[in-house]
Design a protein around this ligand. Structure first.
Ligand code: GSH
Length: 319
């Protein structure tokens, strides 16, 4: 099976957590999709362009995180995330609905802040920020519900994936005034399936401020279109290859993933710590790295790092 994701998507993260919790890693290949860009090759795979998207072994594709999770949970005939029996089922549904409602609002907010500054709607941002405050207040009370404290379930996973968006949105500050929620979240976030799928920390701003890490790229490159993705980059599109002039703040962690493109890159400042085939390598300014298509790899940046990345699409590689 193949699961298409983006590293920052809370919905894709819900499915990725279920895969890890169910021990299905060897059966599901995780592939990073390029969403929200014109003419992404991903649209030929999933016309809706959304993630998560699961392609089953029989080639049939499934959308919607809840549907994907239910399918994955039942694959071994031992579902762990089905609704509890009796009256508790309604409580489980109610809590999962509340958690999903919070994630939906946070996703709208997150989408707004990655738009070019002049296209962002202050009204939507304000509305979603207020919604998130009300939802955090509500969850500070609901978090003591036995279903939120008992065996892992989809309400817990969904809520934690929503709260985890604090890494992507510096203005999402649900922690102050919510000590029980903080404690609950921090404990769950330490669980291996959550730690392995933590979203990469968003750059503090999508526009390179003067003197920032991006500023060392020549002006001609800084005038290129901004990459619409989970990190700061300017994008040059060539035939069958995208060239990204990218910058990652210190502390960025990119969890294990793979993509259809074959990538090479050169570090221009800082250091890339790359894990490929279970081996960690360090790349400093002037060093090139190579990530084959479909190879599972992870990266982290302890120091602010910039690089020039070349993403070669399949036609160039003669496939
Ligand atoms: N209800 C869907 C939501 C999926 C969704 O909105 N995914 C976003 C990422 S967080 C996406 O793929 N957006 C790309 C786009 O809208 O083009 C689910 O639960 O799977």
């Amino acid at each position: 099976m193949k699961l298409y994701i983006t590293a920052g998507s809370p919905y894709a993260r819900i499915a990725r957590i279920v895969i890890l919790e169910k021990g299905l890693e060897s059966r599901v290949e995780i592939i990073a999709a390029q969403t929200r860009v014109a003419d992404s090759p991903y649209y030929r795979i999933n016309p809706s362009g959304r993630v998560p998207y699961l392609i089953r072994d029989d080639g049939v594709g499934l959308e919607e995180s809840a549907v994907i999770c239910a399918y994955l949970d039942h694959i071994d005939g031992k579902p762990a995330f089905d609704l509890p029996a009796g009256g508790e089922a309604w409580e489980a549904r109610r809590l999962e609905g509340l958690a999903r409602s919070m994630v939906d609002g946070l996703a709208v907010w997150g989408r707004e802040i990655v738009r070019p500054e002049e296209e962002r709607s202050p009204t939507i941002i304000r509305h979603e920020a207020r919604r998130s405050e009300r939802m955090a207040d509500l969850w500070e009370t609901e978090i003591d519900h036995p279903l939120m404290r008992g065996a892992l379930n989809l309400a817990q996973i969904t809520l934690a994936c929503g709260l985890g968006l604090e890494a992507r949105n510096p203005d999402l500050r649900w922690r102050p005034g919510h000590p029980k929620l903080c404690d609950w979240f921090d404990r769950l976030a330490a669980r291996p399936s959550f730690a392995a799928t933590a979203p990469p920390r968003a750059p503090s701003t999508t526009v390179a401020p003067p003197g920032s890490d991006m500023a060392h790229f020549p002006e001609l490159l800084r005038n290129l279109p901004q990459f619409e993705g989970p990190f700061d980059a300017f994008k040059l599109e060539a035939k069958d290859c995208d060239v990204l002039f990218a910058s990652y703040p210190a502390g960025t962690v990119i969890p294990p993933h793979s993509h259809d493109t074959e990538n090479v890159g050169v570090i221009t400042q800082g250091e890339l710590i790359l894990t490929l085939d279970g081996k960690e390598t360090r790349h400093r300014p002037g060093d090139w790295y190579h990530v084959p298509a479909k190879a599972t790899h992870a990266a982290r940046f302890d120091a602010e790092t910039s690089e020039i990345e070349f993403w070669f699409h399949a036609p160039h590689r003669g496939e």
